[in-house]
Design a protein around this ligand. Structure first.
Ligand code: NAP
Ligand code: GDP
Length: 347
């Protein structure tokens, strides 16, 4: 397994840190019981992990606990501490966050920063205080510098300002990487993070104003079909994105939780060659939903960051054979889920 010693801050860990790194990293052998707390357990990614675990990927020694804001408001330090004291997790998958698509980010940069900084600090510190052995948090390829060379890799998180549209979310997420490093250097904690690209699937937020592009377009196609209208795609359709299906991401999360021993984050993405334009993505939804109407591009709306092309080389060094669900198949499954669950879907 490659043991990356790059700190992500432009310097390398010292030999002393390296031996601490490897010693602290070693998970004791054998089937020790694991109590895994998943924050954000009711969201897009949390539900996908719950489904993958229930579908046979869970292990007998693992007890899974999925929580949401009804269990504890994680912006509140006392509530968060009480949640961790109640469950005493050995492992944590930390997903809870204020999340949204481009247009929600543009409107609420301050709220994204404040809520997510509070949630992340409360969760990481409660995990430390309650003795959790490992925490896997969730960053995003949105948080990388706007002006950058491509492809983006894990060493580039702090290289320059993020795109102005989502600076609040981006800086709050970057601080998870700073904290993980701090907990490791001061306390030897094995707190790490994954960096997924744009995620989609069942149980997403299908709200047209606030959600991400695929759930927004799926909802818009549903309504356009019902009302015999054109589909309005926002922006020029030219920006490019790598999308990851929530069920693929869930399987990768299980691997990271069980096998990935670095503090350094890891990008979870399809290959660079699988990046598609927003127009391509819209056309895949049109095909999956058998929409016969017209596509219009509303260029009064923002395009956001043009691209964030990420390298999955590090992932491929660990998991050369991991099979991603083909994009069109994943889009079809997601559209079918939305059609079948329209009344109950978050929107
Ligand atoms: P989501 O569907 O919006 O779900 C968010 C989850 O966080 C929900 O379970 C929500 O609980 C919980 N939550 C929010 N505020 C909370 C609070 N104050 N206290 C407790 N729980 C709170 O989000 P997602 O798309 O699954 O995202 C999961 C993670 O992946 C996030 O960290 C996100 O930044 C990251 N990510 C997402 C994408 C993407 O495209 N969606 C891409 C890259 C990274 P309630 O249901 O009770 O509100
Ligand atoms: P991002 O990937 O973090 O930028 O966020 P989104 O998932 O919201 O994707 C934004 C990109 O999709 C921008 O280029 C938008 O112009 C484009 N887009 C096209 N139609 C829509 C839509 O209905 N909703 C959203 N959120 N974005 C759209």
């Amino acid at each position: 397994m490659p043991a990356s010693l790059h700190s992500g801050f432009g310097f390398h860990l010292s030999p002393l840190s390296r031996s601490l790194d490897l010693a602290a990293m070693a998970e004791p052998a054998g089937l020790k019981p694991k109590r895994i707390l998943v924050t954000g357990g009711t969201g897009l990614v949390g539900k996908a992990i719950a489904e993958v675990v229930a579908d046979g990927e869970g292990r007998p020694e693992e007890e899974w606990i999925f929580v949401c804001s009804k269990d504890a408001d994680l912006t509140n330090a006392a509530d968060t501490k009480a949640l961790f004291e109640k469950h005493k997790p050995t492992h944590v998958i930390h997903l809870a966050a204020m999340v949204g698509g481009l247009f929600k980010n543009i409107k609420y940069n301050l709220d994204f920063w404040r809520r997510n900084v509070h949630i992340n600090d409360n969760v990481l510190h409660s995990a430390y205080e309650s003795g959790a052995r490992k925490v896997v948090s969730c960053l995003s390829t949105c948080i990388f510098p706007d002006k950058t060379s491509y492809p983006i890799d894990e060493t580039m998180i702090h290289n320059g300002p993020p795109h102005s549209s989502n600076f609040g979310y981006s800086y709050a997420k970057r601080m998870i990487d700073v904290q993980n490093r701090g907990y490791f250097e001061q306390h030897g904690c094995r707190f790490t993070a994954v960096i997924p690209t744009n995620v989609f699937g069942p149980h997403d937020n299908y709200n047209i104003e606030d959600g991400h592009v695929l759930p927004g377009l799926i909802h818009k196609v549903y309504l356009a079909k019902k009302n015999n209208m054109a589909l309005s795609v926002w922006g020029t359709g030219k920006p490019r994105r790598q999308f990851i299906y929530s069920r693929d991401l869930a399987r990768l999360f299980l691997w990271v939780l069980r096998e990935y021993d670095e503090v350094e984050p890891i990008i979870l993405s399809v290959g660079e060659d699988e990046e598609v334009s927003i127009r391509d993505a819209a056309e895949s939804i049109v095909e999956a939903m058998d929409f016969k109407g017209e596509l219009l591009f509303d260029t009064t709306k923002s395009d956001g960051q043009f691209k964030k092309t990420a390298s999955n080389s590090k992932l491929r060094r660990y998991l050369p054979d991991f099979q991603f669900t083909p994009f069109k198949q994943a889009v079809k499954e997601t559209c079918d889920w939305f059609n079948a669950n329209y009344d109950a879907a978050r929107k």
